[in-house]
Design a protein around this ligand. Structure first.
Ligand SMILES: Cc1cc2nc3c(=O)[nH]c(=O)nc-3n(C[C@H](O)[C@H](O)[C@H](O)COP(=O)(O)OP(=O)(O)OC[C@H]3O[C@@H](n4cnc5c(N)ncnc54)[C@H](O)[C@@H]3O)c2cc1C
Ligand SMILES: *[C@@H]1O[C@H](CO)[C@@H](O)[C@H](O)[C@H]1NC(C)=O
Ligand SMILES: *[C@@H]1O[C@H](CO)[C@@H](O)[C@H](O)[C@H]1NC(C)=O
Ligand SMILES: *[C@@H]1O[C@H](CO)[C@@H](O)[C@H](O)[C@H]1NC(C)=O
Length: 640
């Protein structure tokens, strides 16, 4: 343990630094108001929260959740001119601040976030308060695409071929690539016209407008250890790249911005905000229970019912789609009965098969910025980079560090000894941050990850605001499986989240090999010229292990088990013979009529990369399947 006085001093220092940082946020907000009409433009927002008296009693389609998938589905279905669409979202409008990339870490644990926490673990998340991991989820137009890190990554073609091979007809990479392209409007010059990229879609993809100078050296380090710098969303995934983002003119392009603002004027699309769907309305008289509508609460008023003439589409995300199904009586029988919910369809897979990406957090390398780069340096140290000058640059020149995301400026897909190199199906993603948990003085990283005071005081307080980078390995295809359960039958309660990180023994073995590849990068000329060195102060619980040994890495992995926020799989898509399948390959909920799930929860196995772009793709394909099944035209742009 750090001496008590040390912990108290650390906590006090952090508490005091909130003052200036809030001032900065307020200053930024005011500057946007006066100088950045492009961000401020209220009419450009989907601020079309439907007045209660305009709500119809029925719509052809009701989409629940305006997130990465739901915004896409609502936008595409409202292209059908003679169909009416209601989009029901629990959160409010996108605020102006979420447009600014650097504000990314400030959005968590705010009103834009559902603020979930996983259940305590005895073998992971040990450095976190109560051994619980924060699971942010967007509660706002655009859902998690409005609070995420904006990284644009599609995953590996083999991920999708695996889905298809397990019986999911129509979901091979070859069949899905047209949907990735349909969604995309690539603004990166050299990728325009590339056979793997799309132009004219609603999701704008760009390079970040700002990268810390040290980012290039990370790419060079990758080349030194034998990898190529390439477009990891193209022909081949293995390799290094600067991060590409879902960005428009350098600002966040959430799915609300990309897909719903252009659809705003459509008379057949109604959007209700601050409306929490509590359950599906189900008719049980027919052979198959048929979903006839939804019931939601809005601003304190409960029991608002709207009918669906054709279908309800659940796009509430991996946690909430499960919750809504279960509250409606669709889920594992015993569990529902134990919560006093009458069972409509016994569907054992609902909430099971939970998969998430975790990284081995806190791996910090100190370095020395070259004299000529000072005082700012080549990395990101909050008080040096975030200044009045930075604000001015952002407001007047539309450049500078506010256009960057230090938490992941570059990334790599690499092979540990457990992967087959010639397959191009890497098992580790390296996330390169131009900062460490010390660089923001504990304001965001520490708070968002829920680190204990003791951990922060012991490990990071001694190197406060020193130049640092992090190279974090992320386990791409975990074998552990978790679950989501209801805590009770109250729709306002948070469901119980059991990630079961490291339950499968292989996971930690692959993870620590990833940490070793990261360490190898620190030994390259490209990074050594900065006198780079592993920050070698272990936390109290790991101090008895030899630094860099397998046991040391394993200890740290169980302490700083860092979610990268990609829960998927809880409404698994699968063929009829798969007992755990919740939806069929056309995303219809088994044993029912009139309801589909279209969001990240349908992934049968997690993809080898960040999950936003794949979820947008699922939205595109899902919307097309709805159109096809009701005899509407899908558009003709679909060719590879
Ligand atoms: C902090 C963070 C960082 C991330 N960084 C990246 C990244 O850089 N790159 C990347 O590719 N992926 C990233 N991800 C993951 C990615 O954003 C998600 O996988 C993706 O957004 C999931 O989409 P979804 O449509 O399934 O759910 P969501 O986008 O979460 O949408 C669900 C929507 O449903 C609404 N809703 C839920 N319940 C109800 C209800 N009962 N009634 C009405 N509405 C409801 C929610 O408010 C929300 O708007 C990140 C995620 C987070 C949280
Ligand atoms: C279960 O539901 C019934 C009927 O809705 C109710 O009367 C009863 O009090 C509930 N029991 C519990 C334990 O919540
Ligand atoms: C690696 O993959 C290649 C190509 O798929 C295959 O031919 C080879 O047998 C694999 N090697 C091992 C050791 O599995
Ligand atoms: C580390 O070793 C010391 C001396 O053997 C012992 O007292 C201490 O409990 C150990 N700490 C941990 C976390 O295992």
């Amino acid at each position: 343990m750090a001496p008590a006085i040390y912990r108290v001093v650390s906590s006090a220092r952090i508490a005091l630094s909130y003052g200036p940082s809030y001032l900065f946020v307020v200053a930024l907000r005011l500057l946007i108001l006066v100088a950045r009409g492009d961000i401020e433009d209220r009419t450009a927002r989907t601020g079309v929260d439907l007045p209660p008296e305009k709500l119809s009693t029925s719509y052809d389609f009701i989409v629940v959740g305006a997130g990465s998938a739901g915004a896409v589905v609502a936008s595409r279905l409202s292209e059908i001119e003679d169909a009416t669409v209601l989009l029901v979202e629990a959160g409010g409008e996108e605020p102006a601040l979420s447009d600014v990339p650097l504000m990314y870490p400030a959005l968590q644990l705010s009103p834009l976030d559902w603020q979930y926490k996983s259940q305590p673990s005895d073998s992971a998340n040990l450095a976190m308060v109560e051994a619980r991991s924060s699971w942010p989820r967007g509660k706002v137009m655009g859902g998690s695409s409005t609070i995420n890190a904006m990284l644009y990554v599609r995953g590996n073609r083999k991920d999708y071929d695996l889905w298809a091979r397990s019986g999911n007809t129509g979901w091979s990479y070859k069949e899905l690539l047209p949907y990735f392209k349909k969604a995309e409007d690539v603004g990166i010059g050299r990728l325009r016209g590339d056979p793997y990229h799309g132009q004219g879609g609603y999701l704008s993809v760009e390079e970040f407008k700002y990268y810390s100078p040290i980012t290039d050296d990370f790419l060079r380090a990758g080349q030194e250890i034998g990898y190529e710098v390439r477009d990891i969303n193209g022909q081949q995934q293995t390799g290094f790249t600067k991060s590409h983002g879902t960005l428009k003119d350098g600002l966040r392009c959430s799915t609300a911005k990309g897909y719903l603002r252009p659809a705003q004027g459509r008379p057949n699309l109604h959007i209700v905000l601050h409306a929490h769907v509590e359950r599906l309305l189900i008719e049980k008289t027919t052979k198959r229970p048929t979903v006839k509508g939804v019931e939601f609460s809005r601003m304190g008023k409960r029991g608002i019912r709207v009918a669906a003439n054709k279908e309800v589409i659940l796009s509430a995300g991996s946690i909430n789609s499960v919750q809504i199904l279960m509250l409606s009586g669709i889920g594992p029988k015993e569990h529902l009965e134990s919560k006093n919910i009458s069972v409509v369809v016994d569907l054992p897979g609902v909430g099971k098969n939970l998969q998430d990406h975790i990284a081995l957090g806190g791996i910090t390398y100190l370095f020395d910025s070259p004299p000529e780069s000072r005082p700012i340096g080549v990395g990101f140290v909050l008080p040096r980079v975030v200044t009045l000058n930075t604000l001015k640059k952002f407001a007047l020149q539309k450049t500078g560090p506010l256009y960057g995301v230090p938490a992941c400026e570059a990334m790599a897909f690499v092979n540990t000894k457990y992967a087959n190199e010639s397959e191009d199906w890497p098992d580790i993603q390296l996330l390169f941050a131009s900062s460490g948990d010390n660089s923001d003085g504990g304001l965001f990283g520490r708070r968002n990850n829920g680190l204990t005071d003791d951990y922060y005081a012991t490990v990071f307080e001694p190197i406060l605001y020193k130049d640092a980078v992090s190279i974090l390995p992320l386990l791409l295809r975990p074998r552990s499986r978790g679950a989501i359960l209801l805590s009770d039958d109250d729709p306002a309660s948070h469901p119980l989240i059991y990630p079961n990180y490291f339950n499968h023994p292989d996971d930690i073995e692959v993870m620590i090999e990833g940490a070793k590849i990261g360490y190898r990068l620190s030994q390259t000329e490209a990074l050594k010229k900065y006198n780079i060195r592993l920050h070698n102060v272990p936390c109290t619980q790991c101090q008895n292990y030899t630094l860099l040994s397998d046991d040391y890495w394993k200890c740290q992995a169980r302490q700083y088990t860092m979610t990268i926020y990609h829960p998927v799989g809880t409404c698994k898509m699968g063929p009829r013979h798969d007992p755990e399948a919740v939806v069929d390959p056309r995303l219809r909920v088994r044993g029912t009529r009139g309801v589909r799930v279209i969001d990240a929860s349908i992934m049968p196995s997690i993809v080898s990369g960040n999950t936003n772009a794949p979820t947008v793709m699922i939205g595109e394909k899902g919307a097309d399947m709805v159109k096809q099944d009701w005899g509407y035209r899908t558009d003709k742009v679909l060719k590879t």
